[in-house]
Write a protein that binds this ligand. Sequence first.
Ligand SMILES: CC(=O)[C@H]1CCCN(Cc2ccccc2)C1
Length: 362
Amino acid sequence: GSHLFSEFHIKGVSLRNRIVVSPMCQYAADEGVPNDWHLVHLGARAVGGAALVIAEATAVSPEGRNTPGCTGLWNDAQAEAWAPIARFVQRHGAVPGIQLAHAGRKASANRPWEGDDHIPPGDPRAWDPLGPSPIAYGANLPRVPRAMTKDDILRTQRDFVAAAKRALAAGFEWLELHFAHGYLAQSFLSPVANARTDDYGGSFENRARFLVETLSAVRAIWPEKYPLAIRLGVDDFTKASRPLEESIELVQKLKDHGLDLLDVSLGFNTPDVSGVPWGPSFMAPIAQRIKNEVAIPTAVGWLITEPQQADDIVVEGQADLVMLAHKELDDPHFPYHAAKALGVANPQDVLPPRYAHALKER
Ligand SMILES: CC(=O)[C@H]1CCCN(Cc2ccccc2)C1
């Protein structure tokens, strides 16, 4: 059966194994333009043997960035700067992917090591966060967002479509829309963040509308041969959160609108994370439930650090792909080390020939 080092075929794309470099913000861009940092950061992990390397949450508009250092695909100069990065990843055997994002009411913040908090409104680096309603996230991100008008919603959906077209032009072959972590799309779905009284708020259908419309609009222009995924916060693990059942209903609806794979994550719509059942692979059982009930391929991350852990998730059918973030920062050659740990024959062949030859066990 499937295991960590079995291939995975989805739409017109083949992954050499089940190890994915999860999108990780680098906060290293100027005006959203990626640079040598992003080339080396992402390139090294393609060389290290991952099957899919997904570039960080990349904003579809300037105000959609988390911080001033985040990347973008809101203009052609950014798309041109992404092209050599996508090409290098592809040339070294990994599928180049990118996550398109809008941070919503969490936008206009400092980098994590520089405060991880909203930049004060008077600061020239700050901008006005947008959201479904004038309801602040709270804690380190207390600014009250401007409630989006219907025009703001339509513009933002067009921004997602335009950014997806630029991602295609830049050479990306895998697209993930960021519908998780309390950012814009997730906040439309959440009753604690969305108090709208128009057709984007209230009922489940209305709260899901922004997500369904945006996915459908991107699907219409994203080639059928390339996978279109979303990262969705399927639970907040709080009393006020929507139950997992509602999220499963949403995934079914999104599948009907062309979703190819679900990357399972958390909602993070409130600072209260006391109910989150943290632990190794803690989201894997939830991914399995969605995979089975919706019959859709899934990817899952969160606290996956050991080869056996990653292999178990695939062998047990909990998810098709394993998303590694911090572990890939700790060890860009994790796929090679995991191949050795799991007893894969010729583990060095996970790496490019020029490395493999040198590392072949004498
Ligand atoms: C853009 C994104 O999803 C990143 C931003 C940096 C922190 N990442 C991980 C994280 C998610 C939710 C709460 C705390 C930490 C998520």
